[in-house]
Design a protein around this ligand. Sequence first.
Ligand code: UDP
Ligand code: MG
Length: 314
Amino acid sequence: MLSVVVPCFNEAETLVRLHDRITAEVAAAGETCELIYVDDGSSDDTLAILRKLAANDDRVRYVAFSRNFGKEAAMYAGLRHAVGDAVVIMDADLQHPPELISQLVAMWHTGIDQVVARRNRAGDPATRTFLSKAFYRLVNRWIEVRLVDGAGDFRLISRPVVDAILAMPEYNRFSKAMFAWVGFDVAYIEYQNVSRQGGATSWTFPKLVNYAMDGLLSFNNRPLRLAIYLGLFMSSIAVAYMLWIIGVSVVSGVDSPGYTTLLTAIVGLGGLQMIVVGVIGEYVGRIYYEVKRRPHFLLKEAHLPRAAMTEERE
Ligand code: UDP
Ligand code: MG
């Protein structure tokens, strides 16, 4: 059986169209399926529509969060509740064409565990394309897993991969890298970029910057290493400069006006220390969230009708 997981945040405009296209596609692919919609604390009619869909179609399951917990939490919830032998994760805004599902499934049947639908960037704003490319170049140099430009969350993952992902209980979830981290056989299929069909993206520029930061910070402690090297570098410069300045005062008397040098050094080092403290703070903050062991999401409503045997996998 195939599970289709769809995180939805204020997607009332596209949900019905999405549902029709997914069910048509899955039927064409000849798979039995369940559809798991996760309402991530939407403030529009998303939940009402989900209730209606569930009433008319017994393949529909949904869970609704008590508030907005973010897409990562929504995907996690979807995977938690999916019981299929493979799970397709896709967006609700029709940017992930449901018509690709049969290709994903076909690849999966050839024995591939992760089939990733990879979009090209046609029609994206030039600045965003540029920044994304720069991000991928940076991040791939930086972290040990390889992230592929255009490969987002739209993918099919087989049960072993789902279980591997679920076995990673971390609070700060950076799925893109987690999918890469678990490994298994991966195949890509390309599709033409589609723009959002209704509704609005919730990705503001600051959110994207924060996301990029997460990508750089959440997968290793290299920034901390960098801080050490930076400190060593600055210290050696300081020692060299100190020796030189002592030499100068010994040779040509003590009177050395150093106001500019002093101020530059203080301000520069102050800034550097702030940055390093900030990096450490980021990690401490992450530890803080992890040790609290808070749930990733809270449900206010769930509709998961299923035979008792499949109810909870773990
Ligand atoms: N989404 C979510 N919670 C959020 C933000 C987004 O579940 O807090 C869902 C949203 O409904 C959509 C998917 O995540 O199905 C991708 O969101 P969006 O289209 O805003 O992102 P983009 O396509 O611009 O990357
Ligand atoms: Mg979108």
